[in-house]
Design a protein around this ligand. Structure first.
Ligand code: MCN
Ligand code: FES
Ligand code: FES
Length: 905
């Protein structure tokens, strides 16, 4: 142990700690400065940035032995507080810099150090700084962060009044369609918002800390689990195995379609008979400290019989492959698409036919915050689970039978969440802490480190897709044939629904009268397939959008002209045979065209022998909702002080559920003349909040938004007096009129049939992207220099949020196109190794053009936005690479060596 006297945020502090402890842990756990967030824990993300003796450091990588006695430390808490914000924090709020907010305190400290050393930074200086100090953000795409630094520096130099950054409510009192800052912004920029790991520190002292015993192979039979040595280790309360799990010990995958050959009960909470993938949890050690729990976990002996590991769909589909789940074939679901007439005769007689094979990767979600959760029994004996779940009611039903708990005896709460991008559509942590709590009867806490986050959470399912398109010589599409194979990993969870997305979205955006095809879901031993932003959209639209480019070349047409000729217009139908709800694609193309012509000229003029420049375009469509009559509920209550409380589950990944609820409710309640702060939010706790449904499928603005709208309208109708004015709270009470109103809304849609035909979504999102890229001929390295995104996401609730969704989604699409992967479990287990895009990989030059077509079924005309910006840019980038240097990439990611091989080939 060592003793140090430090000055932290101007106050003297004494710490006694191990010299090998990290500064991050000491600041967080010994001293309570939980603005210091630990993301990667290995110096790669900057979320733990603090200033030590005027030097910016990543505190997770600084051992206390290296901190000098008497050192001064500055954390975000010391920069500004909620009632005394620093200009950097004000600027972060004004520019929408905090989405999930997990990276925010680290960025704010880093910016503070930057402006101190350079009061007038250029945008490039800022980008160089964040690159050098490894400040990583997975949500924003960085552009709004650079905007925030520029504004903050201007204010600090005295070149701009701080007041310019403060939001002013317009005269009509309306915040819908504005840049009103999200309600959680102040807490995020001051580091005062407690995420799961911060709440864990503040749990009661008797809380047990958990460590997992995990598989280090991908497929094996479990012969025995010996916990005897581990049980005797210091501080150990219990080693929980499958024998302690009282229910079915399975998480149900909720099979969506009857033709699925599995039963959905394939994912163990704790492995009993078999290991199905690397990282599978075999036991949970519950101890007094995390250190003791981890030390004991290393002593659990698991005897295994190795089985063949099928790490890709083709391997698992081989004739001699054994069934991964005995009794269920590895190919357990097939989905057809049959629209219009047979395609074979069309292909026989078409003027032009184009075909290609494509592959999209096992893209990792890579939130900065690793998974975390805790559980306890409340005074009524109910099992309460707090986690990053973005589908609380759904997850309760998925895990309750496995745990042996009646759903009504369970409560689920979402913690403030540092990004999920869809991986938290799958419950895992929830079942693990639930099992540990029930087995010990004590509060339990479990946090993954970033390695566990990467190796033991679901991933985007890789997809092998073949597409054929037939067209006449004028470029009119006549027919399409498709074949797609989804590698869904070992667990069936939502795999059939994902496979349906191939039927719904390959070729989406175009009027194609005749389509035939088949897709299949395959069980493998690689990481299980979890929802990932876009859920099947990026996989489906990459092949058809790249093939459209190839077809244009064969026809001798410009790729934009070919698209313009074929996009949805009145009379067109989607691949599922229904009418689109709006026809905005022609207008979107019209808006892009002048920029496109300009960009092509610029690319030609700026190409050299060393660096070739090119322009690529792609378009995309994705549904806002879950298939069929997707439903949400919301309660709206009038309070004594005249304010209104909205209660629902609009789960917040970080996208801005708080702003979504506030904007929607405020717009609906405008006749009451409430100020935004008079609308209170009570969200994401199943004990109090009705079921809004999971925050997947970019559904919440449409579906939960409509439930909120209905609830607000019901309350106003109840308050309405015959003279058109509204009753006060007291009048409502006196007249015994209900104060609480239950809004419910179901989408006017139906499920697709076995041929993939139907009207699955009431609202869609439309995107058109232009990528301007540069390819270095010597290395094959691609730089995306400029992205333009034309978006129709309906009427926009909040522009700070929606801009941020689009920039951030595009940044993830750059990663998908060029660098991200999780295939090699070792190499891809770190942020750097997995190709996480830091700021210099993402263009600062990103432009958004809105076409706001009013949605008939969207609340106040809104559709969704979350996923469309990740469905379109990656094919645009790949098409841009071809346009630049003639190399056609059909398998993502377009790593430099692949492009180089193409250049040489
Ligand atoms: N919005 C708006 N106007 C519109 C449409 C949407 O202002 N016309 C706002 C909404 O109020 C909401 C946000 O945009 O704050 C996204 O709305 P929506 O598209 O309805 O999506 P959800 O709220 O259901 O969020 C989920 C969606 C999905 S599916 C994933 S995955 C995702 C995403 O959003 N993961 C994210 N965005 C993310 N953003 C961050 N920062 N982190 C994630 O993990
Ligand atoms: Fe410290 Fe990532 S750099 S947590
Ligand atoms: Fe940066 Fe979420 S806001 S990681």
């Amino acid at each position: 142990m060592i003793k140090l006297n430090l000055t932290v945020n101007g106050a003297p502090k004494q710490v006694i700690c191990d010299k090998d402890e990290t500064l991050a842990n000491v600041l967080r756990e010994n001293l309570g400065f939980t603005s210091v967030k630990v993301g990667c824990g290995t110096g790669q993300c900057g979320s733990c940035s603090v200033i030590v003796d005027d030097k910016l450091v990543r505190s997770c990588s600084m051992k206390m032995g290296r901190v000098k006695d008497g050192a001064t430390v500055l954390t975000t808490e010391g920069i500004g507080t909620p009632d005394n914000l620093h200009p950097i924090q004000v600027s972060w709020i004004a520019n929408g810099g905090a989405q999930c907010g997990f990276c925010t305190p680290g960025f704010i400290v880093s910016t503070y150090a930057l402006i101190k050393s350079n009061p007038s930074p250029t945008r490039d200086d800022i980008r160089d700084w964040f690159q050098k100090y490894r400040n990583a953000c997975r949500c924003t795409g960085y552009k709004q962060l650079v905007d925030a630094v520029m504004d903050a520096a201007a204010v600090m130099r005295g070149d701009k009044p701080l007041d310019d950054l403060l939001f002013k409510i317009p005269e009509d009192g309306r915040i819908w369609g504005s840049k009103y800052p999200r309600p959680t912004a102040v807490a995020k920029v001051t580091g005062t918002l407690d995420y799961g790991a911060d709440l864990g520190i503040k749990m009661p002292a008797e809380t047990l800390k958990c460590a997992l015993v995990q598989a280090e192979v991908s497929h094996a039979k479990i012969l025995s689990i010996d916990t005897s040595e581990a049980e005797k280790m210091p501080g150990v309360e219990k080693v929980v195995t499958h024998k302690d799990v009282k229910g079915k010990n399975r998480i149900t995958g909720l099979i969506t379609f009857p033709s699925n050959k599995g039963d959905g009960w394939d994912r163990p909470i704790l492995c009993d008979e078999k290991v199905f993938q690397y990282g599978d949890a075999i036991a949970i050690v519950c101890a007094d400290t995390e250190k003791h729990a981890k030390e004991a976990a290393a002593k659990v002996k698991v005897e295994l019989e190795r089985l063949p590991e099928y790490m890709s769909a083709p391997a698992a589909m081989a004739d001699d492959a054994i069934e991964i789940h005995p009794g269920t074939p590895n190919v357990y679901y097939t989905q057809k698409i049959a629209k219009g007439g047979e395609t074979a005769p069309i292909f026989d007689s078409a003027d032009v036919v184009m075909e290609g094979d494509f592959f999209t990767t096992r893209q990792p979600h890579m939130p900065i915050e690793p998974d975390v959760g805790f559980a306890y029994l409340d005074d009524e004996g109910k099992l309460c689970i707090h986690s990053k779940s973005i589908g609380l009611h759904l997850h309760l039903y998925m895990i309750a039978p496995g745990l042996g708990v009646e759903p009504e005896n369970g409560v689920m709460v979402q913690n403030p969440t540092g990004g999920t991008f869809g991986y938290k559509f799958s419950p895992t942590m929830e079942a693990l802490v639930g099992a540990a709590c029930l087995a010990t009867g004590k509060p339990v806490f479990l946090a993954y480190d970033w390695y566990q986050q990467q190796t033991y959470t679901g991933k985007r399912s890789p997809q092998f897709t073949t597409v054929r398109m037939a067209a006449d010589k004028e470029g009119k599409l006549l027919g399409m044939e498709t074949d797609w194979t989804v590698d869904h990993g070992p667990y069936s969870e939502f795999g059939d629904l994902l496979t349906l997305r191939g039927a719904q979205f390959i070729g989406a955006g175009y009027d194609i009268a005749n389509i035939r095809g088949e897709g299949r879901t395959v069980c493998t031993n690689h990481a299980w397939g979890a929802a990932f932003r876009g859920y099947g959209g990026p996989e489906a639209e990459f092949p058809s959008e790249v093939l459209m480019d190839e077809l244009a070349e064969k026809l001798g047409m410009d790729p934009l002209d070919l698209r313009y000729k074929n996009v949805y217009r009145k009379g067109s139908t989607t691949p599922t045979g229904c009418d689109p709800e709006v026809y905005s694609l022609p207008e979107m193309i019209d808006k892009l065209r002048p920029k496109y012509e300009e960009a092509k000229k610029k690319a030609k003029a700026n190409s050299t022998a060393e660096v070739k420049r090119g322009v690529g375009i792609a378009l995309g469509v994705y549904g806002s909702g879950l298939d069929g009559p997707d439903t949400a509920e919301a309660d709206v209550r009038l309070e004594e002080d005249g304010s209104v409380t909205v209660l629902t589950c609009w789960h917040d990944h970080g996208q801005g559920a708080d702003m979504g609820v506030l904007g929607t409710a405020h717009e609906t309640l405008r006749p009451l003349g409430l100020k935004p702060e008079q609308i209170k939010l009570h969200l994401n706790d199943t004990r109090y909040c009705p079921n809004g449904g999971p925050a997947g499928g970019s559904r919440s603005q449409v579906v939960v938004g409509n439930a909120i709208r209905v609830g607000c309208e019901m309350l106003m109708a109840a308050m309405n007096k015959p003279d058109g004015t509204f009753r006060t709270y007291q009048e409502m009470v006196d007249e015994k009129i209900d104060l609480l109103h239950h809004g419910k809304w179901s989408a006017p849609a139906n499920n697709c049939d076995e041929n993939g035909q139907g009207k699955p979504f009431a609202c869609y999102m439309y995107g058109l992207c232009m990528a301007e890229v540069a390819v270095e001929i010597a290395t094959g390295n691609t730089t995306v220099e400029h992205l333009t995104f034309v978006a129709d996401v309906g009427k926009v609730n909040n522009f700070l949020v929606v801009d941020g969704q689009i920039y951030g989604g595009m940044a993830q699409a750059v990663g998908l196109a060029l660098s991200e992967n999780y295939e090699d479990i070792k190499k891809h287990s770190t942020m750097k190794g997995a190709g996480f895009p830091y700021i210099k990989q993402i263009p600062d030059d990103m432009e958004i053009i809105y076409v706001e077509s009013q949605r008939p079924d969207g609340p106040h005309g809104a559709s969704g936005v979350g996923e469309i910006p990740l469905c379109v840019p990656h094919p645009a980038i790949i098409n841009g690479i071809y346009n630049a240097c003639g190399v056609r990439i059909r398998e993502l990611p377009a790593l430099p060596e692949k492009v180089l091989a193409g250049l040489k080939g």
